[in-house]
Design a binder for this molecule. Sequence first.
Ligand code: PBE
Length: 297
Amino acid sequence: MKKSKYRRLLTVLPAAFLLLGCEAGESEEEPADVGEAMDHTIVGIEAGSGTTEMAEDMLNDYDNLEGWELQTSSTAGMVTALEQAIENEEPIVVTGWTPHWIFEEFDLKILDDPKNSLGEEEFIHTIVRQGLEEDMPGAYTVMENFSWEVEDMQEVMFAAQDIPFEEAATNWVEDNRDMVDEWTAGAEPVDGQEFRLVSTPWDSERASSHVMQIVLEELGYTVDITSVDPVVMFQAIAHDEGDASLAPWLPMTFGAYYDEYEDQIVDLGPNMSGAMNGLVVPAYMDIDSVEDLPAKD
Ligand code: PBE
């Protein structure tokens, strides 16, 4: 496990290693400009994510980012690169978002984004398929009532660093009975009816989906969680291949998909506010804004 992570790092952080390699022979020279040290590369996440799409646009929005590249990989690859850079106190810039446990684990800052290329505050919405209200009124009621805070989601995410998500979600439900009772108020129990929850492959959405799975199963539903790319998530709800999703980040992250499928889904509004995407750097880096990233000359 450790070894393969290390290998991935070699592919995402060539600049850092080049820099180390140069040190002996060129010790009198000033260290390379921070942009060069990062090989003018932003370490990104999955190609199919909303964050990646926005970050690609960001490269065009800022003149100083001309010639910079966004390296897509995976969220795990991004976190590993970040971890390694911090260990070596090297510069790195990654695409990140909150809520995420990296902010708990490391001393980081989100760069100002005066052009709002990665958006401002994001809201996570609950969407359901058309007809759900008639077919499964109980589950629909829970979907309509479901709403929690960043701190709640984070609690599940942090706990799930050490224990399985199922267990973290079960503990959270047990500790937050009052809130769960508000969500289930007015929902009649059922007898094993199947409920298809569609999610995306990030910890924030694992947290909400697993909590919802437990809540609905307590009501007698049999809940199946399928984790897919964001666009497939919208398609599934639009085409009756899934019943609900708690995963749409809006207005920016999945805005394009939302516009495309808006007429074929039912949007029950935000279940959480206070989420956000951004370029993230270690706190020891001497920059505060996307505009401070040095242009490639
Ligand atoms: N994220 C987390 C996802 C949505 C949830 C911001 C990385 C994305 O970019 O698609």
